[in-house]
Design a protein around this ligand. Structure first.
Ligand SMILES: [Zn+2]
Ligand SMILES: [Zn+2]
Length: 175
């Protein structure tokens, strides 16, 4: 996805564009936690700020993942607000280019702004590293494997240190 600088008038420019599931999948790259379950959308507004271009908007993307505790499938509507300031690259010395990707500032050169990289970063960085079906997901019983969100199992309530250690290991291998 790109913006033509000449299309951004004094009133700004508003764009709503679908993002195909395949493009979202390429943004996620080899992420093995999240899968894309459909097309997404990018809505944005671009405004001139002197020679810079301020781009504000949101990305929505239907994703799915497995809860890291109870392994249930979670449907996840990612909805990410972003603000990125694009500065014209030629206006800066080489030293400033090292700041690229830092704190919502990017650079552009030429007649178009390539947005994909910035959008990808915003989406990927917004996703929790360890997805959960709910903040208070109770997970699986370490002894019998029952999903404890559905109710207590018949196991002894007091967790032995061994079971606790096993569960920690299991979580580590899942994350
Ligand atoms: Zn869960
Ligand atoms: Zn149990």
């Amino acid at each position: 996805m790109f913006l033509k600088i000449e299309d951004i008038g004094p009133e700004g420019l508003e764009v709503v564009e679908p993002v195909a599931a395949g493009v979202l999948a390429s943004w996620l790259g080899d992420d093995d936690i999240y899968q894309v379950s459909g097309d997404g959308t990018v809505e944005l507004r671009a405004d001139r700020v002197g020679r810079d271009i301020l781009v504000k908007g949101r990305i929505t993307a239907p994703l799915k993942a497995e809860c890291s505790r109870c392994l249930a499938d979670i449907g996840l509507g990612a909805d990410v607000a972003f603000t990125v300031l694009f500065s014209e690259r030629s206006a800066f010395g080489p030293a400033q280019e090292e700041a690229e990707g830092d704190g919502g500032q990017q650079f552009y050169s030429g007649p178009v702004i390539e947005l994909d990289e910035a959008l990808r970063d915003e989406l990927v960085l917004s996703l929790p590293m360890v997805p959960r079906c709910a903040e208070d997901c109770k997970g699986l019983c370490p002894s019998c494997g029952v999903n404890l969100n559905a109710g207590a199992c018949g196991c002894v309530a007091v967790e032995t240190p061994v079971a606790s250690a096993l569960r920690v290991n299991k979580r580590k291998s899942l994350s």
